[in-house]
Design a protein around this ligand. Sequence first.
Ligand code: RB5
Length: 151
Amino acid sequence: MHIALGVDHGGFSLKETLVDELQKLGHTILDCGSYAYDKQDDYPDPARAVGLALQRGEVERGILICGSGVGMSIAANKVRGVRAAVCHDTYSAAQGVEHDQMNVLCLGARVIGDELARALVRAFVGAQFSTAPRFQNRLNKVIAIERAQTT
Ligand code: RB5
């Protein structure tokens, strides 16, 4: 799978670990920055870059890391077609894909450690959206909310 990865200074410490994990699993990475630790960077920039890469179909999934995961999820969800959530347990990281077609996993590097981050990424990339009609119906309703926005 081709996966976009974005971090800010709060998430930078986890970047190398997750690049390693994704590469070990055989995935390729689109690096959406930040490319070096920069205390002045702002999470909306990598969140937007990952969201637009998804929207353009350049990647199948995205992973965003900030201090808490919250800012990244708020910003990424402003991009049409993005379904981002903070998941710090493996059940949600997989079920969010299976039931909700979550396409961006957000993590907080100040909240979790390296091994949990690796496990969360494995759960996220290993999950597929369910083919059960009830989940597609729910997704259609979510998409209808998005499409009803005029601006
Ligand atoms: C950065 O200091 C921090 O505010 C940011 O990484 C993130 O946690 C926001 O949600």
